[in-house]
Design a protein around this ligand. Structure first.
Ligand code: B1M
Length: 215
């Protein structure tokens, strides 16, 4: 039963079916499947499949856009569930997060933001295509405990290094923990740019954030 619902969730994405994605997501929640499993074991598999076919030139940009729309439709139902429906709780720390300059991919970053919120962090999401100078300005202004940088393109991972360097130049690097992630980011790259943490997925981002703040 659970296997087939995950497969069907993935198919709503590969069929570019936002209404189906929402309906099946509600069905999965109603039978008690955790939101993160709906995302990771169902919806994301469909989106990655579309991405792979795009990479092999079997599908084209409009296909990516339509698949992303279906994914976002399902996430509109899941995000309030993931972030704990606005429950008040004691905060572990403040996280500033965004997707780096030149990169408009926001689905993964928004999932990470929702999971961190659910895990007890205050999360300020700067959105996508965020310049290094804007990250630096906000770190100076909001004094977050953690800065999270998402990058999905092999070209935009370089912007993560630019942000790290700009923080150092502004004298702010030692006051904030830097974590990086996104499909194009590796642990090796994170080490190379002197990041304090790296995570492969949203749950990993929560784990590493807690560890960095000794929680
Ligand atoms: Co884009 N795209 N895309 N795209 N797209 C990829 C990334 C690509 C791998 C597809 C492919 O070719 N196979 C490829 C990149 C190749 C490369 O550089 N190596 C690619 C390309 C080439 C492009 C364009 C250049 C295409 C073009 O225009 N010709 C263009 C670039 C636009 C730009 O940014 N300037 C483009 C555009 C788009 C859309 C706008 C159509 C759409 C995005 C819509 C949106 O986000 N609003 C899109 C999509 C949907 C994808 C794929 C198919 C799916 C991305 C996604 O949302 N995955 C993607 C293929 C793929 O990733 N396999 C692809 C689901 C999401 C849950 O996973 O984002 O990886 P992910 O997030 C995960 C983890 O990575 C991690 O946790 C998340 C949850 O588990 N994580 C973090 C993410 N951020 C983190 C931060 C952390 C820690 C963990 O700490 C701070």
């Amino acid at each position: 039963m659970a296997e087939s619902i995950f497969q069907r969730l993935a198919e709503t994405i590969t069929n570019y079916d936002p209404e189906g994605a929402k309906a099946l997501t509600k069905e999965a929640l109603a039978i008690g499947i955790q939101p993160l499993r709906i995302i990771e074991d169902g919806l994301t598999k469909g989106l990655r499949r579309v991405g792979e076919q795009f990479g092999r030139h079997e599908l084209f940009l409009p296909d990516l856009v339509m698949a992303a729309e279906a994914m976002k439709a399902a996430l509109s139902i899941l995000e309030p569930e993931l972030s704990g429906k606005g429950e008040r709780r004691s905060l572990i720390g403040r996280v500033l997060i965004g997707t780096v300059e030149g990169d408009v991919h926001d689905i993964g970053k928004s999932i990470v933001a929702a999971v961190l919120t659910a895990g007890g962090f205050e999360v300020i999401d700067l959105g996508v295509d965020v310049k290094a100078s804007a990250f630096v300005e906000k770190v100076g202004e909001l004094k977050p405990d953690i800065l999270g940088l998402s990058a999905l393109l092999s070209t935009t991972v370089l912007k993560q290094r630019e942000v790290a360097e700009a923080l150092t130049a502004a004298g702010l690097r030692s006051g904030v923990k830097l974590i990086v992630g996104g499909a194009a980011v590796t642990e090796e790259w994170a080490g190379k740019i002197g990041a304090d943490g790296f995570a492969r997925d949203a749950f990993g981002a929560l784990e590493v954030s807690k560890r960095l703040l000794h929680r």
